[in-house]
Design a protein. Structure first.
Length: 365
């Protein structure tokens, strides 16, 4: 049990009242522990061992003394928040004493105690506002009634606040507002997705057409290479590559090196010896990584050109994938707004609830 109202002492205090009530309900006095009684690290360790062993059935303490760093979860079945912590992070840490690895129970329970019509409503309101601000800050979403991305913690705190107020219509209104916020968030994400799909609908046809033109060029280059009648002098070409690289490594312009079986070998501008590559130019333009500057480069050129048929096949598969993607994009865009009707229905219900509660907005003249 978490209680920040006072501490155990000789005069009246909440801790002793809790202890007496637990004893009345059948728990033995020696099975009830106050974390405040463990005044040293050794005593705290013994107390926590007793809790994990099941010897202590109920452990009572404050957020400060029973929060972060306390490992007593092995046999815990439930925790009770008797009042409201000051920070949302405190609530996360307190719940984490129960919901964590090492707990042997299949189901656990979290109880948040509130008093009907009390100051608890205001305390939960403060916690809700803090969590809302933190959520907006971390998610990077601008503040605004229709632009808030609420997480489960915010909604949970709001519902507890509503329960504390005592009016069931207030709870209904909170639930409607929470569901509206959730649906509007989903609708906003859906609209962003539709914007991406609209962009894809515009760009995919151009990409498909570009890939088709390249496919034609690669197929033509594959045929030209396969049936080339040239018999190049590989050693001469290797020397030309090496010499051109040595003399023009930092040249700002591309430099023609040699012809090779219907392809032009070109040294790229600003050639980088750390990551060397050459350009092969025919109907299409190819970039070829090379690891050496002598006969190894020519071998790499031969090996690369022998894969043109494979490249054409891969391009064909790529085009088929893009065309299928284009069909799927159009299909998704044909779908309507699945959240609009639900949002309109809940908005009407919210207006009716506000009218019953006397919360109608006064029209601005």
């Amino acid at each position: 049990m978490f209680c920040d109202i006072g501490t155990p002492k000789s005069e009246f205090n909440v801790y002793d009242c809790l202890k007496n009530e637990l004893c009345r309900l059948g728990i033995k006095e020696e099975e009830i522990g106050f974390v405040h009684d463990a005044t040293s690290e050794a005593r705290r360790a013994r107390l926590f061992e007793s809790v994990n062993a099941g010897e202590i059935k109920a452990l009572i303490g404050s957020t400060f003394k029973l929060g972060t760093g306390v490992n007593v979860q092995e046999k815990l079945i439930a925790i009770h928040h008797l009042d409201v912590p000051w920070r949302p992070s405190d609530m996360v840490q307190l719940d984490g004493r129960l919901v964590r690895r090492g707990n042997t129970n299949e189901k656990v329970y979290i109880f948040r105690c509130v008093t009907d019509g009390s100051f608890d409503a205001y305390s939960w309101q403060i916690l809700e506002n803090k969590q809302r601000f933190i959520t907006e800050l971390l998610s990077g979403i601008a503040k605004g009634a229709d632009e808030r991305r609420l997480d489960d913690a915010v909604l949970s705190y709001a519902e507890v606040k509503a329960l504390a107020i005592g009016n069931p219509l207030i709870k209904t209104r909170v639930e409607i507002c929470n569901e509206l916020a959730r649906l509007k968030t989903l609708e906003r994400e859906e609209n962003l997705k539709r914007e991406d799909l609209e962009n894809m609908k515009l760009t995919l046809p151009e990409e498909i057409e570009w890939e088709k033109q390249r496919l034609l060029c690669v197929k033509a280059d594959a045929v030209d290479y396969k049936y080339s009648s040239e018999t190049p002098d590989n050693r001469l070409i290797a020397r030309l590559i090496s010499k051109t690289i040595s003399l023009n490594a930092l040249n700002a312009q591309e430099i023609f090196i040699a012809d090779f079986k219907n392809f032009k070998i070109v040294l790229p501008a600003n050639f980088n010896k750390i990551r060397p590559y050459l350009i092969l130019q025919a109907n299409a333009r190819y970039v070829l990584d090379i690891a050496t500057f002598s006969s190894g480069a020519v071998t790499k050129i031969e090996n690369f050109l022998s894969t043109l048929d494979k490249q054409a096949k891969e391009l064909t598969e790529r085009i088929n994938e893009l065309e299928m993607q284009f069909i799927q994009v159009k299909h998704e865009l044909e779908k309507g707004d699945e959240y609009a009707c639900k949002i309109a229905e809940l908005t009407e219900k919210l207006n009716e609830t506000d009218k019953t509660l006397g919360l109608e907005k006064t029209p601005v003249l």
